[in-house]
Every structure is written in structure tokens, then in C-alpha cells.
Design a protein around this ligand. Structure first.
Ligand code: NG6
Ligand code: CA
Length: 512
């Protein structure tokens, strides 16, 4: 059985490399855009059944392209998923790939291969406009000078980013390493250790806050919103939260206009629906779910804006769009914003158990589709595909020979030309890993709480092995580990072949 699998794999790889050789001569070099959501759940889109909010633009592109019912982020949190997406390397191979503070150093080596670097090597112009969260600088950033290394040192020709998350300082945009709109007479200081003398905080000055914190998020106050971390100065450079979506979309439109005549790669990581949820007032009340739902409607509108811009420039037919989310959904992630109160019968997690931070399916099993007008025929696939695979698949697309061991070249699957996907996948959540193979999921025993009371999410940790068959038990209710010891050992052995045997030596969970 194992041998047969190996032979097929070898034949498959051989066939793929022949394809990529022939493709190299006639590489079409379409534009490539990755639209990456932040904390959008599998069930948060109306094409996956959401009814208390509508996502018409996501629906139209998902239904007009290839949608993947088994599409995965590599991790149930942001930084590790983004690390894997850009590098094609499993995030648990890099121990710094954990939720990072806004002052963390860059965790991708400046010599490391990345999607933008690979594409740049093939003649692409490359850009990121949106959320970064992979660290900046070498550990002691002066935000008043050029902030480096960052995206521009990893293969991006142009970068316009928010450094970490919308709830973390510094709350400023950074363009090609420089804080945008900074007044040199009002320098920025940032610390995650202690407050600056005389600066108000969420915990001491609740009267200055317009959004209330639930857990964490009680340090510096910006635009009435208490954040994680302390910041002083930079008043003129501070972003406007309600205008953030428009701001990034305008940047995206300008970028497309400017670069429409050459092949470009655009990484467009939106901030929605991560906390703080601050949809522009014109989206208020457009969902039945409060600000979280309204922020998703806003993001959907942004996707529509992107599509319109491509159409207007006449390049929609020459652009591959890949859409997914960095991790699963969470309702209350630290602010009182009614997401839990107004959720009702909405199921952001889709049919799955868990959510953001969880090793259960909802942590990593996310919306995932590819859209290329005229090139990708509408279709749906149950094959397993991970964001990890975008690296090698995009290399295939442009005729590059560069591959990573972890990232599988699944271009044909993404294009809807085959039904061969991944055989297996290691998933990660807050430093713990689990294993999917075919329909089976195996979660090794982990110490630590079974659930997090603040976010009210089951984390997937248990003192004993868990084994689930997703074909019969999509909600992971029926643990077959003791009933099926042979299957369990087979899964464990296969998992350890990829993961090694030190997976239990995880550091303290970063989630409080
Ligand atoms: C957690 C934050 C959460 C969110 C998350 C990162 C607290 C208590 N919680 O530590 O609000 O910011 O980090 O989310 O501070 S992620 O999608 O970028 O991984
Ligand atoms: Ca996220």
C-alpha cells in the first residue's frame, strides 16, 4: 500500500515536472493576487451557508471559480499561517512563528525564499498592501527612521502595511519602511513592557474609551480604542480605524493602475474581521450580526472593488485571484463589540468544532477559492489543499523550478484540472500540532486547558489521543482512538515521520 502510494507520488511528481518544463517556455505570467482575510471562518460567507450576512462578491467569485471544501490555513493563528503562506515552510519548523507583538523582529530570514522573491526572479513586480504581522527590524526598531528589514527585504518591491494587528501598536501605516505622515517633531515611541509617563491607558482611563475591552487590550488608547502595547507620539501618523478598509483598497487600486502593463504579484491581506471591528459607518447594520458581521460585509465590498478595478483596467482575464483566511473565527476576541451577543444561529465555524486558536477543524479549515475569469471553470473540490502549497503551485504557474519540501505543487488542482490534492497535512494551533490524513484526524495528547474561557473556544487539547473520521463525524464528536488502536498507530507513525517526535515539547501556550 505504502509502496503503491510512493510509486504514484513519484510518477505524479515526474509528470508535474515535465509539465513545468514545458510551461517554462510558454509561461503566460498572469497577474497573481492573494486576498487574505483575518479570522474569517468557513461559515462566515454566504456561499458556505451564512444567512444573517451576505457576501455577494465572495460568493460570485467562489461560484465562478474553484472552491475548496477542504482548504486549510497552516495554523489557527495569524503569524504562523502568514509565515507558511509566504515561505512554503511549515510554521512549526520556525519556533518564532507565534502571535507576535508589534515590536517583534522580522522572523523570515532575509536570505530565505519567499513567494514574492520567487516571482520577482521570474520578472514580476511584487507588492503587499495590508496586514503584515511577521515582525519588523532586528529587535530594536526606531519607528522614526527606516524600519528594516521588512517586506522589502524579502522580495516585495513595494509595501504598504500595518505592522502587526489592528489591536496592537504602533497604530500607523508603514510604506516601504517609513511611517506614513510622521511629523518629525512628534516622534513615535513604542513599548510592550511599560507605559510612557503620563499617557492614558484603557485600564486606568476607561472614560476615554469608546470601545470597551473584555480581556487584554487595556494599554494605549488610540481613537478611543484601547490596544495591546504602549505608544507615545506620532499623532499625525495614526491611522483612522473606520477608514482602514477604504485606505487599503485605494492603495490596491492605485497599485493595479500603475502596474497593469507588467506582470504583478499583489498580496492583499485585509484586517477584517479581526478585532477591533471598525467597519466604516456606511456598513453599519448591513448584517444582522453587529460590527463583526458588518466588517465582513465591508471586506466583501472591498473584494468587489478589487474585481471592478481589474475589470476597469482590462486585466481581469489575465489575473489569478486566490482567496482564503489566516485562521478560523472567534466572536469575543477581547472587546465588548456584540459579536457574541448578536451571533444567534450564525455559525462562523461552519460545520466544524472549535474556532481560532483551536486544533479542532474550525481553527484551520477556512474559506478557500481560486478565481481566474475565462481560465478556471466553475467547480468544487473536496481534495485537501493548504495555503502552504501556494508557494510551489505558483512557482509551477510561472515556470520556476523552485520548490520547498513542505509545499506541494498543486497548480492543476487550483486550476480545476485534476482531483489530486494532498494525502496529508500537519495543522498547528498555539504551538501544538495535529495530523490529517485522508478523512482522518489525529490529535496527540496535550497538557493545558481544554478550552479558553475568555474567547469561549475549545482548544482541542486533551490528556489522551484523539482520532476522528471526518467523513462520518465532521464535528469531531466521536473519539475513535481507543476503539481503533491500529489506525491510531498508523496515523501517529505517519505524523512523526513528518513532524519528528519532539512535538510535545511545546512552550507555554501564548494564548492567555
Ligand atoms: C491575542 C489577542 C487577540 C488577538 C490575537 C492575535 C489578547 C488577550 N488576545 O493575544 O485579541 O489579537 O492575539 O490574533 O490580547 S491573530 O489573528 O493576529 O493571530
Ligand atoms: Ca488572524
Amino acid at each position: 500500500m505504502f509502496l503503491r502510494f510512493k510509486t504514484t507520488t513519484i510518477l505524479f511528481c515526474l509528470a508535474m515536472s515535465l509539465v513545468s518544463c514545458s510551461e517554462k517556455d510558454s509561461a503566460t505570467q498572469p497577474n497573481i493576487i492573494i486576498v487574505y482575510m483575518d479570522d474569517l471562518g468557513y461559515g462566515d460567507v454566504s456561499y458556505n451557508g451564512a444567512s444573517r450576512l451576505q457576501t455577494p462578491n465572495m460568493d460570485a467569485m467562489a461560484m465562478g471559480g474553484m472552491r475548496f471544501n477542504n482548504g486549510y490555513a497552516t495554523s489557527a493563528t495569524c503569524t504562523p499561517s502568514r509565515y507558511a503562506l509566504l515561505t512554503g515552510v511549515y510554521p512549526w519548523r520556525e519556533k518564532r512563528a507565534k502571535i507576535l507583538p508589534g515590536t517583534a523582529p522580522l522572523i523570515i530570514g532575509t536570505e530565505q525564499m519567499t513567494i514574492p522573491r520567487m516571482l520577482k526572479g521570474e520578472g514580476y513586480h511584487t507588492a503587499i498592501i495590508g496586514k503584515w504581522h511577521l515582525g519588523l527590524g532586528n529587535g530594536n526598531v526606531d519607528w522614526n527612521k527606516l524600519v528594516t528589514p521588512g517586506p522589502n527585504q524579502l522580495g516585495f518591491d513595494y509595501s504598504y502595511i500595518l505592522a502587526a494587528t489592528q489591536d496592537r501598536v504602533p497604530t500607523v501605516y508603514i510604506e516601504d519602511g517609513m511611517v506614513v505622515g510622521l511629523d518629525p517633531n512628534d516622534p513615535i515611541e513604542v513599548s510592550y513592557r511599560k507605559n510612557f509617563e503620563g499617557e492614558p491607558t484603557g485600564i486606568e482611563n476607561p472614560e476615554l474609551t469608546t470601545m470597551k475591552w473584555h480581556h487584554g487590550h487595556n494599554s494605549s488608547i488610540v481613537n478611543g480604542i484601547p490596544r495591546i502595547g504602549f505608544m507615545k507620539g506620532g499623532e499625525a501618523a495614526k491611522w483612522s480605524d473606520i477608514d482602514m478598509a477604504d485606505h487599503f483598497l485605494n492603495g490596491v487600486k492605485n497599485y493595479i493602475k500603475k502596474h497593469k502593463d507588467q506582470p504583478f504579484f499583489l498580496y492583499y491581506p485585509m484586517q477584517q474581521p479581526h478585532v477591533p471591528r471598525t467597519p466604516h459607518p456606511r456598513f453599519e447594520g448591513l448584517s444582522e450580526l453587529g460590527p463583526r458581521g458588518d466588517a465582513i460585509v465591508e471586506a466583501d465590498w472591498c473584494l468587489g472593488g478589487l474585481r471592478k478595478a481589474l475589470e476597469a483596467e482590462g486585466i481581469l482575464e489575465n489575473t489569478l485571484i486566490i482567496f482564503s483566511s489566516d485562521n478560523g473565527p472567534v466572536l469575543n476576541d477581547g472587546y465588548f463589540d456584540d459579536a457574541d451577543v448578536k451571533n444567534g444561529d450564525h455559525t462562523p465555524w461552519g460545520p466544524f468544532r472549535g474556532g481560532k486558536y483551536s486544533l479542532f477543524e474550525a481553527g484551520t479549515h477556512v474559506p478557500f477559492f481560486t478565481y481566474w475569469k475565462g481560465k478556471i471553470q466553475p467547480g468544487v473540490s473536496d481534495e485537501i489543499v493548504s495555503q502552504l502549497d501556494l508557494f510551489s503551485s505558483l512557482a509551477q504557474l510561472v515556470g520556476s523550478d523552485i520548490r520547498t519540501d513542505d509545499s506541494l505543487p498543486l497548480l492543476d488542482l487550483l486550476m480545476g484540472n485534476t482531483d489530486v490534492g494532498r494525502e496529508n497535512l500537519v495543522i498547528e494551533a498555539t504551538s501544538r500540532t495535529a495530523y490529517r490524513q485522508g478523512d482522518w484526524v489525529m490529535i496527540p495528547p496535550y497538557d493545558g486547558p481544554a478550552s479558553n474561557d475568555n474567547v469561549k473556544i475549545e482548544l482541542g487539547s486533551a490528556p489522551t489521543f484523539q482520532l476522528y473520521n471526518l467523513a462520518e463525524d465532521i464535528n469531531q464528536q466521536n473519539n475513535l482512538a481507543s476503539a481503533m488502536p491500529e489506525k491510531l498507530s498508523e496515523m501517529l507513525a505517519a505524523f512523526e515521520t513528518i513532524r519528528g517526535d519532539d512535538y510535545r515539547k511545546t512552550e507555554k501556550l501564548e494564548l492567555k
